[in-house]
Structures are given as C-alpha cells and as structure tokens.
Design a protein around this ligand. Sequence first.
Ligand SMILES: Cc1ncc(COP(=O)(O)O)c(C=O)c1O
Length: 446
Amino acid sequence: MASPLLRSARCREHLLIPNLHRISVHLTHHQQTLPLPRPNISIKKNHPLIRSFHQSSQKMSSPNAIPHPLLMIPGPIEFTDEVLQANAHPSMSHVGAPFINVFGESLEMLRKVFLTSDPASQPLVLSGSGTLGWDIVAANLIEPGEEALVLHTGYFADGFAECIETYGGKATQLQAPIGGRPTLEQIEKALKEKKFKVITITHVDTSTGVLSDPRTVCELVQRVSPETLVVVDGVCSVGAEDLEFDKWGVDVALTASQKAIGVPPGLSIVMLGKRAVQAFENRKAKPASFFASLKKWIPIMKAYESRKPAYFATPAVQLIYALNASLKQILQTSMQERFAKHKAASKKVKDFVKAMGLEQVPNKPEESANTMTAVKLPDGIAPTDLLPKLAARDIVFAGGLLPQVKYFRVGHMGVTATDEQRGDLTKALEGLKAALAECGYEGAKH
Ligand SMILES: Cc1ncc(COP(=O)(O)O)c(C=O)c1O
C-alpha cells in the first residue's frame, strides 16, 4: 500500500503528466516547423548581430571557452562543458516524467560510483552541500545520548563532531598530531572502552590532505565492535579515491557535488548501506530534523528510482541534470581506472613540489590524499605572498585552513586530473614554480 505521501504525489502525476506530454509534443512540432535562425547574407560578416550570434553559440557549445582562471582549489573544481551545459537545462517540472527519469537514472549510476550492487543500499541526493550529509547521519542514525567515535585528521572532524552534538549525540574525538591519523591500535583501544553507535572517518581531510584508510578501519570494527556503523566522510574523496562500499562493509558514505563528482555546488550525496537503513528503522526517538529526515527522503528516492514522481521538497532540477551528465562521463571508464588516474595526477604534483624542496603537511606519503596536495611554504614566504602571484597567472590555489602551519592547498580532482589534454596540471605547476621564484624561493629558480 502506497504511503500517503506517494499517493498524493501520484495524484499530482495524473494532473501533470498529460500537460507535460502536450508540452513536449508542442516543442517537437515547434522545433520542426520554426526556421532556424540564419544570418542574413546582406549583413556584413563582422556585423554586431553576426558576432553576437557566433559568440553566443560558441559559449553554448563550450562554456569553458569563456575566459576564467584555472580553479585548482580542493573543491569546487573545474567542470566539463557537458556538465555546464546540462546545468543550463531549460526549466522542467520536478515531478514530470522526463525529470524523474533523469533523477532515477542518476541514483542508479551513483550505486556504480560508490561500488555497491546491494539492492538494499540507498542512495540519496538532496539540495544542500556536504555538511548536510553530517546532519543526515547525526539526525537519523545517532539517538540522543548515543556515542560516536570521530577519527580526527583535521578541521573537518571538528565539524562532524559538533554536528553530532547538535542533535544530542556524544562525540569522542580520537586526535592525531597534525599531518597524521589515529593508529589502528588507538582505534581498537577506544572501541573496547565504550559502545559506539557510529565511528566516523574523514577519508580525505581537506584541511591537511591526510588520507585515511577506511578499509582497515572497517576490518577492525568488524572484528572488535561489529554493531558500530562505519560512516565515511568522502566529501573530498568519493569518485576519485579508492572506496569500495560493499566490499569493505562501509555503512554510510557521504559527499557533495562540487568535488570529485564534478558538478557545481548544491547537492548533498549520501549512500546508506543496509545496516544504516535498519538502524534508522529501529530508531526509538523521532528523526531530530525535518528537512534531513530519512523518513521523508527514503520514500522519495525509492520513488524516483522506480520512475514514479514524488514530492517532499523541490529538488535542484538543473543540478540533477548536471549530475546525470557528470556520472555518465565518470562511468565511461571503470572506477579503478579513474582512481588510478587520480593517483597518477597526484604523483605528478607531489613529485614536482618535492623536487623543488618543499614538504607536505601529511607526515607520510602513503597517508597523503590523491585528490589534493597540501604543501608547506618555505621560510619567509606567506600564502598572501604566493596566492596573488598565482592569481596574476590565472591560477587559483587555496590557502591553508590550520593556523598552526604555513601552507597552501592544490586540488586535483575530476577533469583536471583525468583529462591530460586540458593541460591543467602543467599550467598549474609551471605557474607555481614561476610564482615561487618571484617570491624569491631559491628552490624554484632552476
Ligand atoms: C572532508 C570534508 N567534509 C565536509 C565538508 C563540508 O562540505 P560542504 O562545504 O560541501 O558543506 C568539506 C568541505 O570542503 C570537506 O572537505
């Protein structure tokens, strides 16, 4: 029996679909019968009308041709022409069949990106950013007074812990020195001291560039505290770092559109495993949020995936078109191939900065992210010296987030890492060397 929500949505479907059908028939007819705009041959070639026609059609086919600085911060990233064009999709009904199809197909593709084939896994795409993923976990999977173990590898663990406490959970942070990550021994000891409802891992902490190892943490949790849910904050990793949802036994992985998923900011993307869905269903307290409630969203996502319209809150229609375009591009190769490309791009950046004598924030190469590089600045050079010199070369890097270290961050995710023909890495690294030389850094002068 359909829920009242779905029933009411289906009533709307009856109202809307016939109209939509008429609209699409009308559009097709319109396109067939209206003459295409043709330049009048009596107008000279460089007439402003002709120039603007050519300029606008060039802009439409290649939004990246619009001059803009190369964005190499750890998100948002550079987007492909196809994604930017999809993001400019004309307005569509959010409960009409064409859009529901695109949404449903995107959810199916997300399963492939997260590497889950378990039908009990539940993808969610909500209007919001990565932070909303924290709220979804904290408001639905942790009941007031329940414990969460937060593995701290930088700034973003503090945020997740604060979010958990906002909804009444108790967060214990397991700290590591800057540039490091908690050891398996420390995690095992902590898991044996208390019963934790969830353990959170920041796969890549974007403030430090430290890469965690969710696979070994999953193995440890399964051995020591199997009822604890493993939650991976994959905002700076999903779609680029090796993450095998089913194989490793991850219970929740969350991300955002603007990083390795390659879509403009505005979507919160979450994959729930079977155990996470069950934990929510067995919850005694009501979900502690209205907008982030899984009670509201799971039926909506299930409806989209079975191509039925449903409504709880208006989705970001154009961003979903962009997501669909990006996921199609991502899935043109295997995820393993994509992970390998990100590793190769990362190595190129890391080898380059090392050759100039610069150190990185992560203490060990094997604990360094492949999606970004956090580079310590030489004595006497501040981010405020370097970043404007890069900007003058049309290159945007990010400053550091931790006040204790003087460093800058380079993002190399998505098309910048996978499409060598764009030349993004070469431009960025040459620009970095020239900017550092201009700052007076000897290591960049030969
Ligand atoms: C690891 C990590 N988690 C969470 C967030 C928060 O995501 P958002 O800024 O999309 O809300 C970020 C943002 O950069 C992040 O890097």
